[in-house]
Design a protein around this ligand. Structure first.
Ligand SMILES: Cc1cc2nc3c(=O)[nH]c(=O)nc-3n(C[C@H](O)[C@H](O)[C@H](O)COP(=O)(O)OP(=O)(O)OC[C@H]3O[C@@H](n4cnc5c(N)ncnc54)[C@H](O)[C@@H]3O)c2cc1C
Length: 503
């Protein structure tokens, strides 16, 4: 057999093994390709004094057009895209990274529903569906202290690929939304401007759903928003995964030294309802005090402390959420730069401490950091309705409910777990920006105060607003109404058809 024949035989064997079917293989002719040259932009005006560059105008190619454009593919974006498509709209999902899943896949946060201790009442809908399908595909592990699932962050990329493909949503990856296009003389958006390896391009859409986490589109479109003052913003974290962990030895340690939610108060000056305090929590913090006392890590690492989650038979401890850095605004590129670099350093200090102090971690090594730093807090839009602390603590009910979320609050020193079956309704109004007509905002940047954000930022809550916004965008289009005036009964009817619990 010559080289050519060997290549074809090898490829055929590979295809047969992977796809279960034999496909014809043709050897590609090698070519150096044509010589190409891009037309560089004209020269603009540089004003060093004001620190600005006036970019010259130039034509941009249209990459795609659709009914509903979902920008950002985290828990909110995935849910919005699937819901809009299932409600009959031609839908594009556009994401700046190379995978869907947002914080799940890019940060490595696997605990989609860890709040689900006894008594939790769930909303049903796409969030629960994602958790169930990941489990069916073998892409999750039971969370240590209840029956919720830790998603395998990398595997979830494939789960999301499958959901998007099977639904017929049109995907665009590696593409960042950088600006918006308005319809002349109106407050309606016509589309967005994107940047990618293909350059600056345009995506046109009749409805846009901002699921960027940071409300990028709302911000670019001139909608009003709030940002928590930097010194009070929830911290950022570089999540990491370790290999070489002796699972049984570590689990024995956690039985011998059981941690509870009362232990969280050592790191955060925290308010609970009392019923949370005695529940077991996969939590580590005093281990870092010991490591500091032993001189294993420097004295300034007082920000270490947090949770572990999945342990595999292969000796991996994933989703190590142990280093919290504060004082960073993740809509500022220089803050992001600093936080990324400092976050990696802190995560390594955490690992050094675990290796020295925690049984089972002696031979552990860094498997990987999350693809990106994890942001908990940035812009929150001013909406037609702004959710409040009272709403999420007191089982609020809304006529325009798009779903329910259990009474789970985690942030700004409040921890309430939904162990008594309490839940609140999520109003459509918190996704409707005041100034832009055909734009909805879903996910962690919906309208509300700090404590309501501590509920709505949770991934399952983001899937509730995502699904609500997806359906609303599709319905408003079918009915020829704006997203502000759309018939709420029609939205709720479609959400119920999709299996969502509204009240
Ligand atoms: C370290 C950490 C730990 C957490 N732990 C938990 C937990 O245990 N349980 C829980 O429920 N929640 C947890 N959260 C909160 C939760 O993960 C997030 O609030 C949630 O993922 C937000 O979902 P989202 O869809 O709104 O945004 P994201 O998940 O942030 O997704 C936004 C997506 O939009 C993309 N994007 C952003 N800007 C653009 C743009 N301009 N153009 C194109 N794409 C863009 C991003 O790349 C990303 O994929 C945690 C968060 C962090 C950071």
């Amino acid at each position: 057999m010559n080289d050519e024949e060997k290549y074809i035989a090898r490829t055929e064997r590979m295809l047969t093994r992977w796809s279960g079917q034999r496909l014809p293989v043709t050897r590609k002719q090698t070519t150096e390709g044509d010589v190409m040259r891009h037309t560089p932009p004209a020269v603009g005006e540089l004003d060093v004094e004001s620190g600005q560059y006036l970019e010259p105008a130039r034509p941009l190619p249209i990459l795609a057009s659709c009914d509903v454009l979902v920008v950002g593919a985290g828990p909110a974006g995935l849910s919005a895209a699937l819901a809009a498509k299932r409600a009959g709209a031609d839908t594009i999902i556009l994401e700046r990274f190379g995978c869907f899943g947002g914080v799940i896949t890019t940060v490595g946060m696997e605990t989609l529903a860890w709040y689900r201790y006894e008594g939790t009442v769930e909303g049903e809908g796409i969030g629960i569906e994602m958790e169930r399908i990941a489990a069916q595909m073998g892409g999750s592990i039971k969370w240590p202290y209840n029956d919720s699932q830790c998603l395998d962050a990398d595997f979830f990329k494939v789960v999301a690929d499958r959901l998007i493909t099977e639904a017929g949503v049109r995907p665009i990856l590696h593409c960042m939304a950088v600006d918006v296009i308005f319809e002349e003389g109106s407050n309606r958006l016509k589309g967005i401007i994107t940047e990618s390896k293909s350059g600056r391009q345009v995506v046109l859409a009749k409805r846009i759903i901002d699921c960027t986490g940071d409300a990028d589109i709302a911000h670019l479109a001139g909608a009003s928003y709030r940002k928590t003052p930097k010194d009070k913003m929830l911290g950022v974290t570089t999540v990491f995964n370790a290999s070489g962990v002796d699972k049984q030895k570590f689990l024995q340690y956690t039985e011998d030294q059981p941690a509870t939610y009362a232990d969280w108060s050592r790191t955060w000056d925290q308010e609970t309802t009392g019923k949370e305090d005695a529940l077991r929590s996969p939590y580590l913090d005093k281990e870092f005090d010991t490591a500091r006392e032993l001189g294993v890590i420097p004295a300034h690492t007082t920000n270490l402390g947090g949770s572990w989650s999945a342990l595999t038979e292969a000796g991996e401890a994933t989703n190590l959420n142990l280093a919290h850095l504060s004082g960073f605004d993740c809509t500022d590129v220089m803050d992001l730069t600093k936080a990324e670099m400092q976050g990696r350093q802190e995560a390594l200090y955490a690992l050094m401490a675990l290796k020295k102090v925690v049984p089972g971690f002696e031979n552990a090594k860094l498997r990987n950091f999350g693809m990106t730093l994890g942001t908990r807090d940035s812009r929150k839009i001013i909406g037609r309705y702004n959710l409040s602390s009272e709403d999420v603590r007191n089982q609020a009910k809304f006529e325009d409910s798009v779903g329910i979320f259990p009474e789970f609050i985690d942030g700004y020193n409040v921890l309430i777990l939904p162990t008594t079956g309490r839940y609140f309704e999520v109003p459509y109004g918190c996704m409707v920006p005041l100034e832009v007509d055909n734009l909805l905002v879903a996910g962690r940047c919906v309208a509300g105060d700090m404590v309501s954000h501590a509920a709505m930022r949770n991934m399952m809550a983001c899937t509730v607003t995502g699904q609500g916004a997806g359906v609303a965008a599709a319905v408003s289009l079918q009915q020829g109404q704006s997203t502000a005036e759309v018939d709420l009964r029609a939205i709720q009817a479609e959400l119920e058809r999709q299996g969502v619990r509204l009240h």
